[in-house]
Design a protein around this ligand. Sequence first.
Ligand SMILES: Cc1ncc(COP(=O)(O)O)c(C=O)c1O
Length: 356
Amino acid sequence: MEIRIVKTQNPKVKPLDHELGFGRYFTDHMFVMDYDVSKGWYDPRIIPYGPFEVEPSCMVFHYGQAIFEGMKAYLNRNGEAVTFRPFSNFRRLNRSAERLCIPQLDEEFVWKALKTLLQIEKDWIPKTEGTSLYIRPFVIATDPYLGVRPSHTYKFFIILSPVGAYYKEGLKPVSIYVTDKYVRAAEGGVGFTKTAGNYAVSLYAAEEAMRKGYTQVLWLDAKERKYVEEVGTMNIFFKIDNVLITAPLDSGTILGGITRDSVIQLARDMGYTVEERQLSIQEVYDAYKEGRLEEVFGTGTAAVISPVGKMNWNDNIIEINGGKMGELSQKMYNKITAIQYGKEPDKYGWIEKIED
Ligand SMILES: Cc1ncc(COP(=O)(O)O)c(C=O)c1O
C-alpha cells in the first residue's frame, strides 16, 4: 500500500526542551488508516495533526474497544533518529488487538508507516540528553452503532509527542502504596493488553494513594490479594539476597513490558540470577525485616528505571536502601539509556534506525 502524504501549511512553533513535560505537545503530522470488514485496512495517509469527526454513537465511546502502544524515538550521539525494539511493540499491539476483537495489523507495514512519519517529523525529536519523541500508535472502533458486538470499522493512528527528560535531578526514588482493596486485572481478563479500560480502572486507586502521599499503586493478584503484580504503568523488580525477582507473565494479568524483558536479558548477562515467579508481599516484607531486601525498581518506557524508595502495605512501612537509588537500578538505567542513545554498541539488535 502506498502512503498518501499531505503536508501541513501551518507548521507549529516547537516548544523548548525544558518546557516539554510529558504528552502535552503534538507534532505537525499524524498517520491514519481506516478499516472496513469488506476492504481490510485501506487509505494509509500522513496528514496534518488535528481533530477529526466521528458520530456520538461511535462504538469506542460506549464499549471501550480501544488499544494502544507507547514507545520512543531518540536522537543518538551521531544525530541519527532511532527507535528501541519497535517490533516488540507492534507484536504486543497485535496481541491486544486479538483479545479485543480488533483486526490484526501488518507489522512490517506499521513499521514503514512509522518510519515515514518519523522521517517527516525528525526535527521534532528533541536534542537535550534524556529527551525523546514519544510515539503513540492506537486503534479505535468507529461503527456508529449501539449494540454490543465487535465494530466492523476502525481507525488506526500514530501520533507523536516530544517529551522532556523524565529525571531532571537524577533518578529520584518514588513511594508506592500497596493496595489489597482494589484490583486491576483478573485471570482470564485483559490485564496483558494495552486497552484503554485497564487505565480507567486504575485511576480511583491511584487517586486514593496520592491522597495518602504516594506516587503510585502496586497491584496484587485479584484472587488471593497476596502476590505482587505491577505498578501503574511499570513492571516491578525486587532484589532479595542478590537475586532479581519479578512477577511471571503466565497469569495473563500483567502487561509484558519491553523494558522488563530488556532488564531480564541484561541482568542475566551481567551474571545475576533472575526469577520470574510469584512473590508474595509478605515475602517482600519478611525480606525487608531481615535486611535482605536490597533494591526495588519499576521498569517502563517512560522512565526506563524508576527506583522505589518506600512502600506502604497496610501501614507496614518498607524503606528500601535508605530511600536511595540502588546500585543495580543505576547500572540498569545507565546500560539501557547508553544503548538507546548510541553510547554503547547495540549487541542485542534492539535499535532500529528510521533512515536506512
Ligand atoms: C500497565 C503497564 N505495565 C507495564 C508497562 C511497561 O511496559 P514497557 O516497558 O513496554 O513500557 C506499561 C507501559 O507501557 C504499562 O502501561
